[in-house]
Write a protein that binds this ligand. Structure first.
Ligand code: HEM
Length: 144
């Protein structure tokens, strides 16, 4: 697989990942608040299930391609403070790992039935903020 193809897959998966979060936080949640609870519950359950299915595949492509891209920078990553590029790439990877941490927390909270609708919304807001920061790091690491 060529580097360009891996990079394109990474970029497309990043767009799908952030687009899904953007839709959940800025469109679905505010629209859901205007619906009656009896309508909102089954709709948000069905949409949530579908979003999870799609996000799983997208995340595998995103992180898989990300790891392949990072492999060529492994010597730089061994010394994260050696250049702006190495620092921003390390920060980007750290933020991407924190995103995985969000999902781990979400799985734990959902299994122990300790997450409310509000908690779910705040978690999605935090995920969106982290993902936007990842993109800012990705786009500035080649410029700064
Ligand atoms: C939420 C997760 C992630 C998002 C949203 C994301 C997003 C992006 C974006 C937008 C780019 C710029 C691509 C371009 O403009 O062509 C990029 C580049 C890159 N990403 Fe990610 N990324 C994520 C996770 C990761 C992970 C986990 C790794 C490595 C372990 C990684 C490694 C890289 C590398 C090395 C590049 C630079 C590729 C190059 O141009 O040589 N990414 N990422």
């Amino acid at each position: 697989m060529t580097y360009l193809l891996i990079k394109t897959l990474h970029l497309l998966a990043a767009m799908a990942f952030i687009g899904t979060l953007f839709f959940q936080v800025l469109i679905l949640a505010p629209a859901g608040r205007r619906l009656d609870a009896s309508v909102r519950a089954p709709v948000s359950q069905a949409l949530g299930q579908q979003a999870r299915r799609v996000i799983h595949v997208v995340a595998i492509v995103l992180y898989g391609a990300g790891l392949m891209l990072a492999w060529q920078y492994r010597s730089l990553l061994a010394n994260p403070l050696s250049s702006h590029f190495a620092t921003l790439l390390s920060l980007k990877i750290l933020l991407a790992l924190l995103i995985i941490g969000h999902y781990a927390a979400l799985i734990f909270l959902r299994r122990s039935q300790r997450i409310t609708e509000r908690g779910m919304y705040l978690l999605n807001v935090s995920l969106l903020v982290h993902a936007v920061l990842v993109v800012i790091c990705a786009k500035s690491m080649f410029v700064l």
